[in-house]
Design a protein around this ligand. Structure first.
Ligand code: PHE
Length: 455
């Protein structure tokens, strides 16, 4: 039973769409391709896939079990399940991480809005060479006024939806748009793979070169698996807390993981063939997608319309993710500090915008932000690594220890199966949560500390 006034999804489909909306976003279409490209392609992709199956899926189920049982935000959930202990700090780390991720995510989401505008006014579809499109991208992100305005617009949109609360705001936004996104991506992938030289991209993505593997690549793959599935910071605890009691939760969680991973692969099948066909380097970094994509639209019939559809859908996919990020923080202030939802959404959003400023100005506008005060990577990249890789990994590690060893598998399983739908293979799930995930994540973090390859 949902506590009065918190709200719940209208049904299983509502949850799947909303959770898939959280999971599917810039992580799949922007972060996955450039991270794969920076980390050598096939071998990274294979490790990423292994992490999705061995760590991602078990952690999805763990977070959902906590959310369904506690019906609370991450901090409140740990307080309820382990009263008087320090576990609440793990929830606190999650809330902070949500805030941190939102603060760079909204910058990239802002760039997407600009491309949507470019598509509507016909500029994007008309770009033909990679050099032209790179020049346009660099001049957009290197400015100071536009990146800030775009970030502000995106944050305002996020605040607007989160103010409305769970089912009205979030569900309504996702219902029609997710399936449409899938269709548009499929068509683009087919076009991209049939471009001249495109197949080289497919083989780059799928033929692993294991000499490229090192601990940095492995952490990047772990971070990407967690980031893409919205795990390790309590987004799925929060979304699971709105899940109706009568529905099959384990199945819903697994469907979301499959959708999310499928979309990331589809994005890879769009970007890499096109990249080889137009001659852009795979390790071009965070600009990769923005530089490569415009070249595909000019090769499609009605490419201009496609560009509009694509950037509109990508903006919306990003919005359904930023909503879930802000929602975690807002749920904390509403549940724990008794803030009013509207006030919480507004002020947290504004504070997050302030934190986004250094990232927005880190692509050429302000030198100290471009190098993160001398660290040698842009502030935006730094945020993505700190929150997206480290913080989510630590969060997932803590979560597995909590579910496996503190709260206990029987309790978590009872919560997952409380509607009467069994979790198939629950012995495997228990083994992964108790042993495989904690040991693997811990080993990776320790190895990084020993070798000091932090970025
Ligand atoms: N999963 C989202 C994406 O891929 C990003 C996200 C991470 C959202 C963590 C919520 C929590 O775009």
């Amino acid at each position: 039973m949902a506590s009065a006034g918190r709200g719940e999804w209208s049904g299983k489909a509502g949850f799947i769409l909303a959770a898939a909306g959280s999971a599917i976003g810039l992580g799949n279409i922007w972060r996955f391709p450039y991270t794969a490209g920076e980390n050598g392609g096939g071998a990274f992709v294979l490790v990423y896939l292994a992490f999705v199956l061995l760590i991602g899926v078990p952690v999805v189920l763990s977070e959902l079990s906590i959310g369904r049982f506690s019906k609370l935000n991450p901090v409140g959930a740990f307080k309820k399940l382990a009263p008087g202990t320090n576990w609440k700090w793990l929830g606190g780390l999650g809330v902070l991480t949500g805030f941190g991720i939102l603060a760079f995510y909204s910058v990239v989401a802002g760039w997407t809005l600009s491309y949507l505008w470019g598509a509507i006014t016909g500029q994007v579809g008309g770009v033909t060479t990679a050099a032209e499109s790179e020049a346009a991208f660099v001049s957009l992100i290197g400015g100071s006024f536009m990146p800030l305005v775009l970030t502000a617009i995106f944050m305002a949109l996020t605040i607007f939806v989160v103010r409305g609360g769970v089912s009205e705001g979030i569900e309504r936004a996702t219902k029609i748009l997710m399936p449409t996104l899938l269709v548009v991506l499929l068509i683009m992938a087919i076009r991209s793979m049939t471009l001249e030289g495109g197949m080289a991209g497919v083989s780059y993505l799928f033929s692993p070169d294991f000499s490229k593997l090192n601990v940095g690549v492995i952490l990047a793959a772990l971070g990407q698996a967690l980031f893409s599935l919205s795990l390790g910071m309590g987004a799925m605890i929060t979304y699971g807390s709105y899940f109706p009691d009568r529905e099959n939760l384990p199945q819903a969680g697994i469907i979301v993981a499959i959708f999310d991973t499928g979309i990331a692969f589809l994005a890879g099948l769009i970007i890499f063939p096109a990249l080889f066909s137009v001659g852009v380097e795979p390790n071009a970094g965070p600009g990769l997608v923005f530089i490569v994509l415009p070249s595909i639209f000019s090769q499609l019939p009605a490419g201009g319309l496609f560009a509009i559809a694509f950037y509109a859908l990508l903006s919306i996919a990003a919005l359904t993710s930023t909503i879930s990020l802000l929602e975690v923080v807002v749920a904390y202030f509403v549940d724990e500090k008794q803030w009013n939802r509207k006030k919480a959404a507004l002020w947290i959003g504004v504070a997050c915008f302030v934190l986004a400023i250094p990232s927005a100005l880190s692509q050429g506008a302000v030198d100290i932000f471009s190098t993160s005060f001398g660290l040698g990577i842009s502030f935006l990249d730094l945020q993505s690594i700190v929150w997206g890789n480290y913080s989510l990994s630590i969060g997932a590690l803590g979560l597995c220890i909590f579910v496996g060893w503190k709260w206990g598998i029987p309790a978590a399983l009872a919560s997952l199966e409380s509607s009467g739908h069994a979790l198939q293979g629950h012995a495997l799930w228990s083994f992964l949560v108790k042993y495989v995930c904690p040991v693997a994540v811990f080993a990776i973090l320790v190895y990084i500390m020993i070798t000091q390859q932090y970025f």
